[in-house]
Design a protein around this ligand. Sequence first.
Ligand SMILES: *Cc1c(COP(=O)(O)O)cnc(C)c1O
Length: 480
Amino acid sequence: MGAGLSPIASSTLNTAAPRLPSVDKLLQTPVLQGLQTEFGRSSVTNAVRQVLDTLRLQLRDGSLQAEQVQETVLTTAVQQRLTERFAPRLKSVFNLTGTVLHTNLGRALLPQEAVDAVVEALTNPANLEYDLETGGRGDRDDLVEQLICELTGAEAATIVNNNAAAVLLTLSTLAPGKEVVVSRGELVEIGGAFRIPDIMKRAGCQLVEVGTTNRTHAKDYAEAVTENTALLMKVHTSNYEVVGFTKSVSDAEVTAMAHERGLNMIVDLGSGTLVDLRDWGLPHEVTVRETVEAGADVVTFSGDKLLGGPQAGIIVGRKDLIARIKKNPMKRALRVGKLTLAALEPTLRLYLHPEKLAERLTTLRLFTRPQADMQAQAESLVPQLQAALGAAWVVETAAMNSQIGSGALPVENLPSWGLKLYPASGKQAGRQLTQLEARLRALPRPVIGRLHDDALWLDLRCLEAHMQPQFEQQLSQLSK
Ligand SMILES: *Cc1c(COP(=O)(O)O)cnc(C)c1O
């Protein structure tokens, strides 16, 4: 290796290039020995080569002087490269955006019961697909199917990776090569490229659009039915609301039309809550049970939206139809892993005790936090935040509105409280704000707020009391 360096040292093209230490020699230094213990020999060797290459170039183009190249410069550069490359990528953040079920921040936070069950499932074999009575092969859906049926009134249930998969699997099982009738007012796009027309195509179905964006009548569905129709479908317009001069047809009416014609009616419910949220003073969102009771043959919804569980797609409905869905070979490709089922079961179990749900189900606890709690918390945080930011910033407590998020109840707001930050001087306020937002995002545990109306808003709804000490610790790092 050492010999490999001599061509540079003796190069007639560039006699000024100094001799850099060899890779082997560097690997022997105590610092790099330590790094090898942490990151492994081959990644350290690669990093050393890359650092040497960079330095060589810098020496040649004169941006670095030979006397600046000391061993510590080299080892520090290697260390930096390795820590950056292998720093954990998935980081916990503070979600102060005001959107509780934030899709980009991982949606629902799970209750402790689910966390414990996941740890157990991670570290022990379990009867995932093993019938403990017969000793034969079992069905993983059995672990949660009865609970789901109990909570929704459905005859049968099956679980897949997410609701998009649930819709895809349902359509491709019940209507391959056939027509599916959907109202134009319900052709939703959900963030991250879930679009009803695209899913329909992928499932091998032909979408038949009826009505107009704002108004769809019963006769629109009736007139669209041909001998090639398999399903009438309703899609919950979960992330928008059509308001004004509108007309849509109820689930029960669409079901009646479907059944009169020997067709099935399916509903993509999106968020799909298992309880009547009005019981907690929240706005009403149609429940899975209501949809099943309206006669829908199959209903699909997400596990990590209002339900408050892990990412999953839950398909409930008539026993014969669910049996067909489970037999579709695509089910095997879309099925959930044991961690999902381990987390889902105890989450569902909490619903057996609705009177304790607001305390035990994390999402519901966040939705129902009293505004006074957040207000007191905001007031207690002002002095620290003001000290961290200095006189250049105005730090105020302010009433604000949180959103449920993930499409649930898109136009409803939850009265909240938090902090409003804006520059004391209006000069280049926009730039100052985006810089502050970036500083908060760059903290070891990033703080994510919301820029709005010439201020940075930190909604405290999702900062529960037990997280406050850690949050304050981040604030103290802000001034550094
Ligand atoms: C959220 C949503 C989906 C997608 O569900 P994922 O669980 O994110 O796959 C599909 N349809 C509707 C109506 C939704 O609200």
